[in-house]
Design a protein around this ligand. Sequence first.
Ligand SMILES: [Ca+2]
Length: 236
Amino acid sequence: MSRFAPNLTALALALTAGNAAAAFQDPATATWGGWTRGTPGTLYAGWNFFADETPRGGIIVDTTPDVAANSLIGGATTPGGPTFTQFGDSTFRVTETSGGSFVTGGGNIYSVVLANRFTLEFQNNGALPFQVALQTRTLGTELDPASILLNGVAPDHRQELSRLALGGFGGDQIDNLFIWRLAAGRDLTLAFAAPASHMSLDALTLDAAPVPVPAAVWLLGSALSAMTFAARRREA
Ligand SMILES: [Ca+2]
């Protein structure tokens, strides 16, 4: 077995490199972040393999996040990093509300007949104002941009992180990032939907943290200032 190890290592490196452009972002390194998952006062939850917890069909409910905080959808896993799949003073609940979707064998939520509609409910019991980052991976039909709301508010920032053609009539695999900064709100509902049938929700992650006060930003030095500048430039 050991004689194959070098080849497997090379393959793993190649896959990591190949996926580098198509991956979710970590708040520890992203320009919009600046915190480590698991920091007190922050929130994290991630799903890749959805499962329906409702017994009678219809709407789909999943309150069990499954993406370890040290791994990124489409990207690498950080050895020794935090392995919890949710964190913070909140419950996390994904619901598909159209009633016309089903969970695929691969753990995605898909509909061939309806425009599927989702909510992600959670709570902010920490400091205000705070920042919320939602990352999504969808296949096929793309998210309806106008549908993406947090307590009825459109995101302050949105970015397509990657797009990969699936071939045939499969459309694209698309990773998106949405960011809100909210001054108020304890019980929160993120909503997003497809404009038509044939959208498959593959994965999503939620990160949230208090917005640092300016004094704290300065104490962290020029590196963070440069990141903040980059983020502002990106938003401009
Ligand atoms: Ca998935």
